[in-house]
Design a protein around this ligand. Structure first.
Ligand code: NAD
Length: 359
């Protein structure tokens, strides 16, 4: 029998890549549980909608009764927990939703999983042994690095800087505690910045591309010297599925792309690719680079993140398939070819489906 994966946040940027990968390249059944906040977009799943192994449930992970019911109904073999509030700027303007979904929501999901797993141990002990709760987290829990030769490893102490990263750090601690205290078979991954298709246009890479194509200023925080380690989203999805299936209980795996770039470098790469792939510019614009505009830095902005991904490479044999160059080229091509997806996000029509009954 094919396994059942319960994926939370599967209508988001990374979650939708995971769901597409599971449906297209495995025989698993996928139950996608997503509240459809502003970040959830069912149009990102249009290619697999209606697939017989795919089910969508619109629900809030903070609703304990509903979560318990979903475990009882679908009897998952694996939980991949990606649902979260994920945008640092939004966490600075309004941290409440981050505390609620990222901390309380993770707690509620852990408790629902624990009750289900205890019942499973009585009824189906072999299935209980194979059960995994995979919590998907970020490298931002480690804070930032100030020297160029340091890397985040799995044992780097937590030192989050923003309400977002503090809420993710809290959720990681809860997951670890549920493993140590109750024996729940959990595994955690901490990943660097993702980029690629279906990325919500408030994040750096899609924002720069869409603004450039519209002839609008390209906002770069501070001096643009912040370093991020970029990973193509489909490489992340493949890593996550490997960890969910082969990762050792109680372990943490860092995931990264060995692609450290300063934000300003990323913006220059995008401008160069657009010059080549979209040479016709809006009236009055000579070079996309002329649109770069440095803006006031974000408070508490981390300087440098960089991941040491050698553990997942050595233990599970995962390596990214894309280089920064190939991944960026694919990303720009995707945004140029999928202007309708972008338009629907920008004009809000992507949210029209969210009142429907999908349960
Ligand atoms: P996203 O914001 O694109 O998607 C989050 C999804 O969660 C959305 O579909 C949203 O509707 C859903 N959601 C939010 N609150 C919910 C709730 N209460 N109940 C059910 N669903 C809810 O996020 P993303 O970029 O895809 O990130 C997914 C996960 O990966 C997050 O946990 C994030 O912390 C982590 N992560 C992201 C990155 C990155 O670069 N984007 C890097 C490392 C780790």
């Amino acid at each position: 029998m094919s396994k059942v994966f319960l994926v939370t946040g599967g209508a988001g940027f990374i979650g939708s890549a995971v769901v597409r990968e599971l449906i297209n390249n495995s025989d698993t059944r996928v139950v996608n549980v997503d509240k459809l906040t502003y970040a959830g977009n069912l149009e990102s799943l249009a290619s697999i909608e209606g697939h017989e192994r795919y089910h969508f449930v619109q629900a809030d992970i903070c609703d304990a009764q509903v979560m318990q019911g979903l475990f009882e109904k679908y009897k998952p073999d694996v939980v991949m927990h990606l649902a979260a509030e994920s945008h640092v700027d939004r966490s600075i303007d309004g941290p409440a939703a981050f505390i609620e979904t990222n901390i309380v929501g993770t707690y509620i999901l852990l408790e629902a999983a624990r009750a289900y797993w205890i019942a499973l141990k009585g009824d189906y002990p072999e299935k209980a042994d194979r059960f995994r709760f995979h919590h998907i987290s970020t490298d931002e829990v480690y804070g930032d690095l100030h020297s160029l030769d340091e890397l985040f490893v799995e044992t780097t102490p937590y030192a989050p800087s923003s309400p977002y990263s503090a809420s993710k750090a809290s959720s990681d601690h809860l997951v670890r505690a549920w493993q140590r205290t109750y024996g729940l078979p959990t595994v955690i991954t901490n990943c660097s910045n993702n980029y690629g298709p279906y990325h919500f246009p408030e994040k750096l890479i899609p924002l720069i591309m869409l603004n450039a194509l519209a002839g609008k200023p390209l906002p770069v925080y501070g001096d643009g010297e912040q370093v991020r380690d970029w990973l193509y989203v489909e490489d992340h999805a493949r890593a996550l599925i490997k960890v969910a299936q082969e990762g050792d209980v109680g372990e943490t795996y860092n995931i990264g792309g060995h692609n450290e770039k300063r934000n300003i470098e990323v913006v220059h790469v995008l401008c160069a690719l657009l010059e080549e792939m979209a040479p016709e510019k809006p009236e009055g614009i000579e070079r996309y680079e002329d649109l770069i505009a440095f803006v006031k830095d974000r408070p508490g902005h981390d300087l440098r993140y960089a991941i040491d991904a050698s553990k997942i490479e050595a233990d599970l044999g995962w390596v990214p398939e894309e280089t920064f160059e190939s991944g960026m080229r694919k990303t720009v091509r995707w945004y140029l070819d999928n202007q309708e997806w972008c338009r629907h996000v920008q004009d809000g029509t992507y949210q029209r489906e969210r009142l429907g009954d999908y349960a």
